[in-house]
Design a binder for this molecule. Structure first.
Ligand code: HEM
Length: 223
């Protein structure tokens, strides 16, 4: 048992678009305190009990920006033609993160250099994107969609605890977020229609790695 078996089971269980399968694999990797759809036991402190610091949160924002910059750069370069479909979806975060970091700077905070969680993940996806489009698209989906779900919830909680509730640009989108997401889901489904079962399984199997890398970046909030 493990990721391959879980991925294969999930292929059989769903008849909807491929993005349903991607979501289902991701949801099972959550712990039960993270989501009621989660199947993993909680390890360490449950996230609602996190005690964020401004320094930790800044590390998280800096590493997140690095990763979103990297993803966008890969899509721009489009070494595989399907990457171009995911440019300018309206989900992009790097520009908004730049504004937030600027705001912190104006408040007198020192903006840290990126740390290994963001650096390692950026290097990893950059290399992966050159050789395995299905696996790369898994990272694109998970990184962007996680932020609109759990990421937003966490952002609210952190803002209440350390920013007097100030809502950062990271958590704002131009236009209706659910429409932006739906548009990307449809693109993902269309791209995956051309994939073989093996390619789909490879994409789903990559979810665990995306979860791990993104989880390490999230944990910078309490580092
Ligand atoms: C969705 C919480 C970490 C990937 C969700 C949802 C919750 C949640 C509550 C369901 C939203 C809904 O459909 O109503 C959390 C919390 C986390 C966390 C509290 C950490 C403390 C992660 C990580 C990843 C991830 C590390 C991997 C990159 C996703 C994805 C979805 C999701 C792909 C589906 C989004 C969609 O359907 O549009 N998360 N999550 N989450 N999460 Fe997480």
């Amino acid at each position: 048992v493990g990721a391959p078996a879980a991925a294969e089971r999930s292929i059989k269980r769903y008849t909807g678009g491929f993005v349903d399968e991607m979501r289902s694999v991701a949801m099972k990797l959550h712990s039960k305190d993270q989501s009621k759809e989660g199947e993993k036991e909680t390890q360490g402190k449950p996230w609602p009990k996190w005690e964020p610091t401004t320094d930790g949160y800044l590390k998280f924002l800096v590493d997140s920006k690095l990763v979103y910059d990297t993803l966008d750069k890969i899509l721009d370069k489009a070494e595989f033609p399907e990457y171009a479909d995911f440019r300018n979806t309206g989900l992009e975060r790097a520009g908004n993160l730049a504004k937030d970091l600027n705001w912190f700077k104006e408040q007198g905070h020192l903006i840290p250099e990126p740390l290994s969680p963001g650096l390692d993940y950026s290097l990893y996806v950059e290399e992966l994107s050159k050789k395995d489009p299905q696996a790369f698209i898994c990272h694109f989906y998970n990184t962007y969609f996680a932020h609109t779900a759990g990421g937003r919830m966490i952002g609210k909680k952190v803002a209440a605890k350390i920013l007097s509730g100030k809502e950062l640009e990271f958590y704002k989108w131009d236009g209706d977020l659910s429409h932006l997401l739906q548009n990307v889901r449809e693109k993902l489904n269309r791209v995956a229609e051309n994939w073989t079962t093996d390619e789909k399984i490879r994409c789903l199997q990559e979810t665990e790695r995306s979860f791990k890398f993104n989880g390490d970046i999230l944990h910078l909030i309490v580092a």
